[in-house]
Design a protein around this ligand. Structure first.
Ligand code: DQA
Length: 147
C-alpha cells in the first residue's frame, strides 16, 4: 500500500526554526523517522516537501488521480489556503492532517485550519510523534475500509 506524505513551507528548515516549538532536529531526521515508521506499518512511502503552494497542489492532484492515501502537514497554508483545501477535497483515499506543534496553543491566526474540516482527522502537538500517530491511524483507517 502506497502512502504519500506532504510537508509544506519552511519545514525543510526545521533545524533553523523555533526549536522550543518544533523540537531539536532537522528535516532529514524527520524524514528518516517517518520513513522507518511507515515501513514498519507496511507502507511504501513517498515523502515530499515544498515551499510552493502550486507544487503542493500538483502533488495533491497526483494523489487524487492515483487514489493514494495521504498525510499532510500544510504548515502555514493550513491557516489560509483555500486552494489546498479544494485540492484535499478531491482526494479519493483517506487523508490525515498533522502538525508538529499544537497550533491551538499558539498565536490566534493559527487557531483556524481551513484544512481540518475536509480531512479524516487531525493530529497535532506531539512533535515527530504526530507523524507516527498519523501513520498508525492511517493503517487502521485503511484496514477498516478493507473489511
Ligand atoms: C505547523 C504549524 C503551523 O502553524 C506553522 O505555520 C508551521 C508548522 C506545525 O507542524 O506545527 O509551519 O504546521
Amino acid at each position: 500500500m502506497k502512502l504519500m506524505i506532504l510537508n509544506g513551507p519552511n519545514l525543510k528548515r526545521l533545524d533553523l526554526r523555533e526549536s522550543h516549538i518544533y523540537g531539536d532536529f532537522d528535516y532529514a531526521t524527520l524524514e528518516g523517522y517517518i520513513r522507518d515508521i511507515a515501513k514498519a506499518e507496511g507502507f511504501e512511502v513517498d515523502i515530499r516537501q515544498s515551499d510552493d503552494e502550486a507544487v503542493l497542489i500538483g502533488w495533491l492532484h497526483e494523489a487524487a488521480d492515483k487514489k493514494i492515501p495521504l498525510v499532510i502537514n500544510p504548515a502555514a497554508f493550513t491557516h489560509y489556503s483555500y486552494a489546498i483545501r479544494d485540492a484535499v477535497v478531491m482526494l479519493k483515499a483517506p487523508v490525515i492532517e498533522v502538525h508538529l506543534s499544537n497550533p491551538l496553543s499558539r498565536e490566534e491566526f493559527r487557531h483556524t485550519s481551513v484544512i481540518s474540516g475536509v480531512v479524516n482527522g487531525t493530529i497535532s502537538g506531539f512533535g515527530m510523534n504526530s507523524y507516527r500517530l498519523a501513520v498508525i491511524a492511517m493503517r487502521e483507517l485503511i484496514g477498516n475500509l478493507e473489511k
